[in-house]
Design a protein around this ligand. Structure first.
Ligand code: EPZ
Length: 415
């Protein structure tokens, strides 16, 4: 049944361990293509997007073994440079396979990854980066072929600190001849995880510039077998924290990394939440009712994460007072709002702002997930809503949440 059933209206009490990070493991899986040997990744989440990336690795010749949270990728013989369309259109982040295949094979053919409900999600900056390294691009219909006789290091200046464009630039540069400087890079922790994996395999990457917004890569090393532990998923952790702010109660998250969530922690404290920190644990005590926030604006890291915007709107729907949430990273990321309104929320959209007038309670309803983080936000709202809710099209949520039901049960929710 592609639906989640929740009986809401009860505060959350409990603790759960946070899964490995989706947005860290996906580029690292692509990076294993650069390694002429075996890469062993630990703490990998078992989610649909990871299974899709594994199919892409197998389609180019990698042999992949999964045992529990461990994935072992043998990229000793890459024999294909074309990426199958069915996987590329299913998961946008397949685009980072371009940088990896260019780095290892000097060629890649891919059908243009489509946009999705949250935005067009073009890849112009990715392609500009490749061109700076001597890659020739050819488009035929919606198929793109990128090729370079020999990748030469160079200077890449990103117009915007795009996470994917940063990752693709790194992956293409790490085996190129000579040095590459990438300026105005994204500073999300997932970039550090990718660089951590690559350095563990023998790459030479360092952050320079006073604010760490430049990466220097000395290419040409052959990468060797290595073992790497995937960090915890900061967005999954933030999702549950905001669910607790909506439903009330007190939850403890194990293995969450508070230092990667400072913008969220400040916002939650502004809503009346209180944190305590233990050995590898983060505990939140929620107020009876959250306080409204005059204005929260999403931004690139270390600003408030766009991936936690829908979950924040869901929590503020129950706040005392009126809040404004502004989305500055994607152009269409308020798709969850009509579904929240069906649950009794009082929210109106003005341009890229959601004006959220807090209500005393939400009521259970049948709603539909339309994308990953909006779907997760509906689950958090359903935990707070009085009565029963059904969230249909749950496959969107399974792309990023490994064990949502178990996590919510651990936290005392009825799902
Ligand atoms: C990554 O997507 C994440 N996905 C997204 O998480 C996240 O929302 C996003 O970064 C921002 O933090 C993964 O890591 C797999 P961007 P990405 O390139 O790389 C525009 C989730 O829920 N842009 O930083 O695609 C783009 O349209 C997902 O886990 C260009 O215009 O994000 C967007 O408006 C959703 N041209 C903005 O930049 C380009 O060439 C940020 O995109 C590239 C991007």
């Amino acid at each position: 049944m592609d639906s989640i059933h929740i009986c809401g209206g009860y505060p959350l009490y409990g603790e759960t361990r946070i899964q490995g990070s989706k947005n860290a493991v996906l580029p690292i899986l692509a990076a294993t293509v650069l390694v002429d040997g075996v890469s062993t990744l630990k703490n990998c989440p078992d989610i649909a997007d990871v299974r899709c990336m594994v199919r892409l690795l197998e389609s180019v010749g990698c042999s992949v073994e999964r045992r529990g949270g461990q994935i072992r990728v043998d990229a000793g013989c890459i024999r294909e440079t074309g990426l199958p369309r069915e996987y590329v259109i299913r998961m946008r982040s397949s685009v980072v396979m371009m940088g990896a295949l260019l780095g290892r094979m000097g060629k890649v053919t891919i059908s243009y990854p489509g946009g999705c409900v949250i935005g067009k999600r073009p890849i112009d900056m990715h392609l500009q980066s490749f061109a700076r390294l001597g890659v020739e691009l050819k488009e035929e219909g919606d198929t793109l072929t990128a090729q370079a006789k020999c990748l030469q290091g160079g200077l890449i200046r990103l117009a915007f600190p795009s996470v994917g464009a940063t990752e693709n630039s790194i992956l293409a540069a790490v085996l190129a001849q000579g040095e590459t400087q990438i300026e105005n890079v994204a500073r999300e922790p997932e970039i550090d995880a990718l660089c951590g994996f690559l350095c563990c395999a023998g790459a030479d990457i360092s952050r320079t510039g006073e604010d760490g917004s430049t990466l220097s890569i000395r290419g040409g090393n052959t990468l060797h077998s290595c073992c790497y532990h995937i960090p915890a998923d900061r967005i999954v952790a933030g999702t549950y924290l905001l669910g607790c702010m909506a439903a009330g109660g007190r939850i403890c998250l194990k293995e969450a990394e508070p230092r990667e969530l400072t913008a969220l922690l400040e916002v939650i404290e502004g809503m009346g939440g209180r944190f305590s920190y233990g050995q590898n644990t983060l505990t939140l005590t929620a107020p009876k009712r959250p306080q409204a926030l005059s204005h929260v604006c999403t931004a690139v890291y270390p600003g408030y994460p766009t991936d936690l915007q829908s979950q924040l709107v869901a929590a503020l729907a129950l706040a005392e007072g009126e809040s404004v949430v502004e989305e500055t990273v994607f152009e269409n990321r308020f798709r969850v709002v009509p579904e929240l309104v069906r649950m009794g929320a009082c929210i109106r959209i003005k341009g890229n702002r959601a004006i959220v007038k807090g209500v005393a309670s939400l009521h259970g309803s049948r709603v539909r997930a339309m994308e990953l983080r909006g779907g997760a936000a509906l689950c958090m709202a359903a935990l707070a809503a009085k009565g029963e809710s059904w969230i249909d099209d749950r496959h969107f949520i399974d792309r990023g949440y490994e064990a949502l039901e178990q996590d919510i049960r651990n936290l005392g929710g009825r799902i």
